[in-house]
Design a binder for this molecule. Structure first.
Ligand code: M6R
Length: 359
């Protein structure tokens, strides 16, 4: 199921955008949130609550919403939020993200925020689930049933919805200029085709997986929009291969994790062309100088990053704001093939349940 679901993504992202995004006119229709649009535009703050992979989608959204909509965003683990005494101001909007719509911690966190008068927007995959019912409004991800315990197509569906939402809010709020807005709408509409292009590199990723499958630890590093993708890549690997993996913002490396680097440690860099590219290339040089093994996700034609890498996967160019939705795909494949290489049941990893309906 997991491999099928990874390969479903060009279609599921297409389904998520269908009827919502008209890239030619820049029309974005999200009927589920329309009635709360003015509250969202005027929100003093957005708080995102979620768990696991859905929390990583929330982190990507934090970068994008703050950049495009200029609304402060906080991203909270639902399990922490529910037991704190969170401060919710009048007008704050909560976005709850959940594939299953049944995660116990997220449900209780929503109820707590609701009691304090917040508006709850749910981004959910399972139609009719508890979170979809208790939210004031929201949008479905339309990824279809996700059977593999490790979330893949639901994650890219969450990112697609969050990107649509951020663009819609920014446009309505006038925090984005028209040219940039239309460009990003066009870029988002190209994601299904580009996802299909990336999946053609399956055999290359499989060969990389074979080469590194015996490693005991992995580090995943990214900056900016791709920092949460580093976290998600590490989580995917942990879940299905049982290999210890950590994700970090690349610049944090020198504050501790660099001590781990030796010629046995594979380090996965998400290093596609963006505002931080020169910085991440310099982080790659620091690793190279310490003989770490570099696996990288780079943009087509980036010879400098390719030369620094022991192995790399090349991605088609796309605007940096949209890139995370594509950059996660080779990391899903890498985790999948390392799990398979080590003989694990990737669909049903030990100790994990598809939806965590208890504390
Ligand atoms: O159904 P939810 O999105 O609320 O689930 C949250 C997490 O339990 C979930 O994302 C979990 O981390 C997955 N196994 C990740 O692959």
């Amino acid at each position: 199921f997991m491999l099928k679901e990874i390969f479903d993504q060009p279609q599921t992202i297409h389904d998520c955008l269908r009827g919502r995004l008209d890239a030619d006119t820049g029309q974005i229709t999200l009927s589920g949130i329309q009635q709360y649009l003015s509250e969202i535009i005027n929100a003093p703050r957005i708080i995102i609550i979620a768990c696991g992979t859905s929390w990583h989608a929330g982190l990507v959204a934090e970068y994008i919403i703050e950049e495009l909509c200029r609304i402060p965003v906080e991203v909270e683990y639902a399990s922490e939020f529910r037991y704190r005494n969170p401060i919710i101001h009048k007008g704050d909007v909560i976005i709850a993200i959940s594939q299953s719509g049944e995660t116990a911690d997220t449900i209780v966190a929503i109820e707590k925020a609701k009691e304090q008068g917040a508006i709850i927007l749910g981004i959910v995959n399972v139609v009719g689930s508890t979170i979809s019912r208790i939210s004031h409004a929201g949008a479905y991800t339309h990824a279809g049933p996700e059977i593999g315990v490790a979330s893949t197509k639901a994650f890219t569906g969450q990112l697609a919805v969050l990107m649509l939402m951020a663009l819609k809010i920014a446009h309505a709020k006038n925090t984005i200029d028209e040219e940039k807005y239309l460009l990003l709408c066009k870029e988002l509409s190209k994601v299904p085709d580009k996802a299909a292009e990336i999946l053609l590199q399956e055999n290359k990723v499989k060969a990389i997986a074979k080469k590194y499958a015996a490693a005991k630890d992995f580090l995943y590093l990214g900056r900016g929009y791709n920092f949460p993708i580093a976290l998600e890549g590490a989580l995917k690997l942990k879940e299905i291969s049982y290999i210890h993996a950590e994700g970090y913002p690349a610049a944090e490396m020198k504050h501790g994790p660099i001590a781990l680097v030796d010629d046995h440690l594979p380090i996965v860099f998400i290093a596609t062309n963006d505002t931080f590219h020169a910085k991440i290339v310099s982080n790659m040089q620091e690793i190279k100088a310490r003989k770490g093994k570099i696996i990288s996700v780079i943009t087509d034609g980036d010879e400098l990053a390719a030369e620094l890498s022991d192995d790399c996967v090349s991605m088609p160019w796309i605007d940096e704001i949209i890139a995370p939705i594509l950059n996660v795909i080779p990391l899903q494949l890498l985790a999948y093939y390392i799990g398979i290489e080590n003989g694990h049941d990737v669909d049903k990893p030990r100790n994990l349940a598809k939806s965590v309906t208890v504390e």
